[in-house]
Design a protein around this ligand. Structure first.
Ligand code: NAG
Ligand code: NAG
Ligand code: NAG
Length: 220
């Protein structure tokens, strides 16, 4: 009688223990699924934020053909007005020298103005480089002179042009090249794959444990 009650108590503990383990497992699985789902949601958001800006910019850019450009000359022309922020709703004007770089395209022999990238081209089609506007004009001047000398020292540079010639200007670099587009799609894809893998593993473990239980029942 006494022995039996001890046995029952022990059995009770064992059952309770089993239940606790099951609950802990369940909580762990829930957390893993939650992690997997948040990784998937995060990756979709990254696709939208990174992918759409870079892919769209890359797809819309007309400067798609790469060639070699021969630098003809690199000269500083006139000053360009710009404005910089000096606090909330406060703007002051400053100016920077405009650098013009003429190149000749190796592909066609056409002479064109060179721009640093799509951003520079949008901001000022005449100048090779548009520095960030600031009060200190000497700093901007020194920067432009340095770039000018570097361009002069180079005879040939790789450059991007519009094969259909809708845009006459040529670019030295693409804002988002194929490498940037690849990266902006690669990392979200990794995260999506990671999230899917976690959920797949959890589901697989659940399926296997159910299978084990059924085999256990059958063999009994
Ligand atoms: C630079 O070269 C272009 C094209 O040959 C020419 O039109 C321009 O006048 C030249 N600029 C200077 C300052 O020599
Ligand atoms: C640039 O600003 C100066 C005054 O700071 C003004 O006299 C000049 O006309 C401006 N130039 C252009 C192109 O807006
Ligand atoms: C430039 O073009 C010429 C023929 O037009 C070609 O022989 C040469 O290899 C080209 N240079 C480069 C660097 O592509």
């Amino acid at each position: 009688m006494h022995q039996r009650s001890i046995y029952q108590k022990f059995r009770g503990y064992e059952l309770l223990d089993k239940k606790r383990t099951e609950m802990a497992l369940q909580a762990g699985e829930d957390r893993a699924i939650l992690l997997g789902l948040s990784m998937m949601i995060c990756s979709v958001m990254m696709y939208f934020l990174l992918g759409i800006t870079t892919v769209r910019s890359y797809a819309e850019s007309v400067w798609t053909a790469e060639t070699v450009c021969t630098v003809l000359n690199s000269t500083i022309t006139d000053d360009i007005n710009c404005s910089y922020s000096c606090g909330v709703e406060c703007w002051r004007s400053s100016k920077f020298p405009c650098l013009q770089v003429f190149v000749s395209l190796n592909a066609s022999g056409r002479v064109a103005l060179l721009s640093h990238n799509e951003d520079t081209q949008e901001e000022n089609a005449e100048c090779f480089y548009v520095p960030k506007c600031q009060r200190n004009q000497a700093v901007m001047h020194a920067l432009i002179v340095d770039i000018s000398e570097r361009m002069r020292a180079q005879q040939q540079v790789p450059c991007f042009h519009d094969p259909l010639e809708r845009q006459e200007a040529v670019l030295l670099t693409q804002r988002y090249g194929p490498g940037a587009v690849f990266q902006s799609l690669f990392w979200p894809s990794c995260m999506l794959a990671g999230g899917l893998l976690i959920i797949f593993m959890v589901k697989l473990t659940q399926y296997l444990s159910i299978l084990c239980e059924q085999i256990g029942k059958v063999s009994k």
